[in-house]
Design a protein around this ligand. Structure first.
Ligand code: NAD
Ligand code: MG
Length: 393
């Protein structure tokens, strides 16, 4: 039986890499549905190639345009629109596996619905766990969903943990995990140098090719901050057992250190098709299209402490996790607003952490109960962050 797959965010960087891996294994995977915000030219070519039964275009005008094209060409595919359609889609009994690769908070309701419906969830959308970690992990436990991390660091840790690992790191002899960070395009920059960096510089990542939002997050080190929070929930590890080290080559994707001194890691080319193929096939292995790592060509591996003074976003993420409850959701919302404003040239790069810091200070911490509560906190934090952006632009 082929796995029936839904790719949420199919037009994005992760979505396209997923379809690349899937196209190599037509005997194993069937693309049941695709979903994106509005990039209908690309969606149309994906429809031609993968022949899905359903396509969700969240933007209604774009959905309308795609429907007319499909009708004109007489193609047999159902086009749906609206964010609610994403949630209905992942709950469909036909669906086995959901690749959750929508960027940002917009990806939370559908990723959570997939977890609640007990699907095999391939989670790229780290923001879902940052915003709603306890709610999300509870849904996974209750439904028996299989949760497989796509983020390369978390996928590396997943691969380096004992097979039966669920929680209780001490029982399993885990001392701590180490997330590696490339350092991004501004590694080694001082605060003064960061003052005038542009969106174009921020999105040109030295090692990974990614969407614009995560590229800016990598440049500010907020990506690593979000990943620390993601790791805390995914692996049930306390903050004190999660370390970050800068590793510019991005070859070691992360490590697990055990009490006996052993260190297990996953290494490879910096290409997201490796973790995607791993999660698609787990517990088996399939070809991903990624070349074999040439250790001699690598030559050397470097490591350094992250510079928390120049890149305060990482400390802010630690602080939000220590505050707990709704604070990571507030951090995430403020970051999304600040990154969008930076990409729009409304604020400078160094304003990003300031907007986040002040939003965290202004919004009181509340317990996280359910999705509606998380979304309400997200909205409250966005309103606050937008006001702070206006005052700076
Ligand atoms: P991207 O910007 O390239 O693509 C985003 C996708 O989400 C697109 O298909 C877009 O249409 C869709 N989308 C955006 N807003 C939407 C909305 N409101 N409703 C429905 N769909 C919407 O982003 P990406 O780089 O592929 O990243 C996707 C996710 O994966 C992010 O959460 C990111 O943090 C995570 N991730 C990405 C990488 C990477 O290498 N790109 C690595 C690790 C984790
Ligand atoms: Mg990552």
């Amino acid at each position: 039986m082929r796995q029936r797959l839904v790719v949420l965010g199919s037009t994005g960087s992760i979505g396209q890499s997923t379809l690349d891996v899937v196209s190599r294994h037509p005997d194993r995977y069937e693309v049941y549905a695709l979903a994106a915000l509005r990039q209908i030219d690309l969606l149309e070519s994906q429809i031609d190639r993968f022949k899905p039964c359903v396509v969700v275009v969240v933007d209604p005008a774009a959905a309308h345009e795609l429907s007319s094209r499909i009708a004109e060409r007489g193609l047999d595919v159902e086009i749906k629109s609206g964010a609610e359609a994403l949630v209905d889609l992942v709950k469909d009994a036909q669906v086995d596996t959901v690749m959750a690769a929508i960027v940002g908070a917009a990806g939370l309701p559908s990723a959570l619905a997939a977890a609640e419906a007990g699907k095999r969830v391939l989670l790229a959308n780290k923001e879902a766990l940052v915003m709603a970690g306890p709610v999300f992990m509870n849904a996974v436990r209750q439904s028996g969903a299989v949760l497989l991390p796509i983020d390369s660091e978390h996928n590396a840790i997943f691969q380096s943990l004992p097979e039966q690992y669920q929680a209780n790191p001490e029982e399993r002899g885990i001392c701590h995990i180490v997330l590696t960070a490339s350092g991004g395009p501004f590694r080694g920059y001082t605060r003064e140098q960061l003052e005038h960096v542009t969106p174009e510089q921020a999105v040109s990542h030295p090692k990974w090719s990614m969407g614009p939002k995560i590229s800016v997050d990598s440049a500010s080190l907020m990506n690593k901050g979000l990943e620390v929070i993601e790791a805390h929930f995914l692996f049930a590890l306390p903050l004190a057992q999660i370390k970050v080290v800068v590793h510019p080559q991005s070859t070691i994707h992360s490590l697990v250190q055990y009490v006996d001194g052993s260190v297990l890691a996953e290494l490879g080319e910096p290409d997201m098709r490796t973790p995607i193929a791993h999660a698609l096939a787990w517990p088996e292995r399939i070809q991903s299209g990624v070349g074999m790592l040439d250790l001699v060509a690598c030559g050397r591996f470097d490591f350094a402490e992250p510079d928390l003074e120049a890149f305060p976003c990482l400390s802010l993420a630690y602080e939000a996790l220590a505050l707990g409850d709704s604070a990571p959701a507030v951090l995430n919302a403020a970051n999304e607003v600040a990154v969008a404003a930076f990409l729009d040239r409304k604020i400078g790069f160094l304003d990003i952490p300031e907007v986040i810091r002040q939003t965290l200070a202004e919004i009181p911490v509340k317990p996280l109960i359910d999705l509606d509560g998380v979304l309400a906190i997200d909205q409250e934090a966005r309103i606050c962050a937008r006001r702070l952006v206006e005052s700076r632009s």
